[in-house]
Design a protein around this ligand. Structure first.
Ligand SMILES: NC(=O)c1ccc[n+]([C@@H]2O[C@H](COP(=O)([O-])OP(=O)(O)OC[C@H]3O[C@@H](n4cnc5c(N)ncnc54)[C@H](O)[C@@H]3O)[C@@H](O)[C@H]2O)c1
Length: 345
């Protein structure tokens, strides 16, 4: 995974859902990992990981990350830390500082601490929140979106992700363009626009696609769930293992194969009612009702029904392993069931 040099691999937001799923893969590939997060780890990381606790808004903290394993170059940055969409609407200034300025701090660090001639990989998980459809009719008429369409985000989170994508492109092409030797390719920036992600192991918080995983985890715990969007609300989702596979695939792709820096990835695109129906099929005692929250509903209505991911399929052979049915039958339900059974034993 990642590039061929043997520097450190920095993972920001390491304590979050995606960080927990990604780090074991980095360790299995023999990487030395710096796991950075605002929150101290709740349990010790395994050998091969050094924890760094601090705020990516703090440039001085970010500068220390490269040295957590002693002096040496940065091989890759997996920049996962972010304030998610619903949390961002509650505090837009914080979201901008973390999602835009924090991203800039990590890009600057990677640009300054790579091996000369070997720019560090910077992997940036973007989101379908970069898209913005004006109303439900526009959403239904647009159908699945290509990467260039409807980039008119409704949330400060979506704006920040779009800015992060553009800043990454800037560091990859124009960084220090007024230097006498001209611009340098300071980072190898690659970004994936993820749909909502369903994990069996962790629960999200602060996102607006959270109704999918929340519905399922509540049913597995035997708790009632009140869904904050309408039954007909539809956006794309994928499983966490597929999200990690996508990260591994784009990170491993030869640069010559990449026709763009930012890629859509899709897997399945159920309505909230279809998720509730499948949850109820697997957990017949599930108690799910719908009580749409108008503002969160409006955000989901601005996100596309689905995405076109032809470029990812062509350039780095993206294919999800889970469709909607198999995501539940083969991954989510067995793992969630044993997880909560173990918790109550
Ligand atoms: N989970 C999804 O459905 C989804 C979908 C699309 C994109 N993404 C993106 O993937 C990435 C990871 O998402 P996740 O689901 O793991 O989110 P998460 O909320 O579980 O994890 C984010 C982590 O970032 C940390 N963080 C927040 N502010 C910080 C700061 N100022 N300094 C240092 N750390 C900070 C948090 O403590 C948290 O551990 C994010 O960039 C997110 O935007 C996630």
């Amino acid at each position: 995974m990642a590039t061929g040099s043997s520097g450190v691999v920095i993972v920001t937001g390491a304590g979050g859902e995606m960080g927990h799923a990604l780090i074991p893969h980095l360790l299995a590939a023999g990487k030395r990992v710096v796991a950075a997060d605002l929150r101290a780890p709740t349990s010790p990381w395994p050998d091969g990981v050094r924890a760094a606790t601090g705020d990516i808004r703090d440039r001085a903290f970010v500068k220390t990350l490269a040295d957590a394993w002693g002096e040496g170059p940065i091989e890759a940055v997996y920049h996962l830390a972010a304030v998610l969409s619903s949390a961002g609407e509650r505090n837009p200034e914080l979201a901008h500082e973390v999602n835009v300025m924090g991203t800039m701090h990590l890009l600057s660090l990677a640009a300054e601490r790579g091996t000369p001639g070997h720019p560090p990989l910077v992997l940036f998980p973007s989101s379908i929140a970069v898209y913005g459809l004006h109303d439900l009719d526009a959403k239904r008429n647009a159908g699945a979106l290509h990467e260039e369409e409807h980039l008119d985000p409704r949330t400060v989170y979506g704006l920040g992700k779009l800015a992060g994508e553009e800043l990454g492109g800037y560091y990859a092409r124009y960084y220090r363009q007024l230097d006498p030797q001209g611009p340098r390719r300071a980072v190898d920036f690659r970004s994936i626009r993820f749909p909502g992600i369903l994990s069996a192991d962790t629960l999200p918080s602060g996102g607006t696609s959270d109704y999918g995983p929340e519905m399922l985890h509540a049913a597995a715990k035997g708790e009632p769930y009140r869904c904050f969007v309408r039954p007909d609300a539809r956006i794309p989702f994928m499983t966490m293992p597929d999200a990690i596979r996508a990260i591994e695939a784009i990170a491993a792709a030869p640069v010559s194969r990449l026709s763009r820096r930012v890629y859509n990835v899709g897997a399945f695109a159920p309505s909230a009612a279809e998720i509730a129906e499948l949850v109820t099929r697997h957990f017949p005692r599930a108690r799910i009702d719908f009580s749409p929250h108008p503002a969160r509903q409006a955000i989901v209505d601005s996100w596309p029904e689905d995405v076109v991911d032809h470029a990812a399929r062509r350039d780095w052979h993206w294919t999800p392993t889970h469709d909607f049915e198999s995501a539940f039958a083969e991954y989510l339900v067995p793992r969630i069931t044993s997880r909560y059974a173990a918790a109550v034993r």
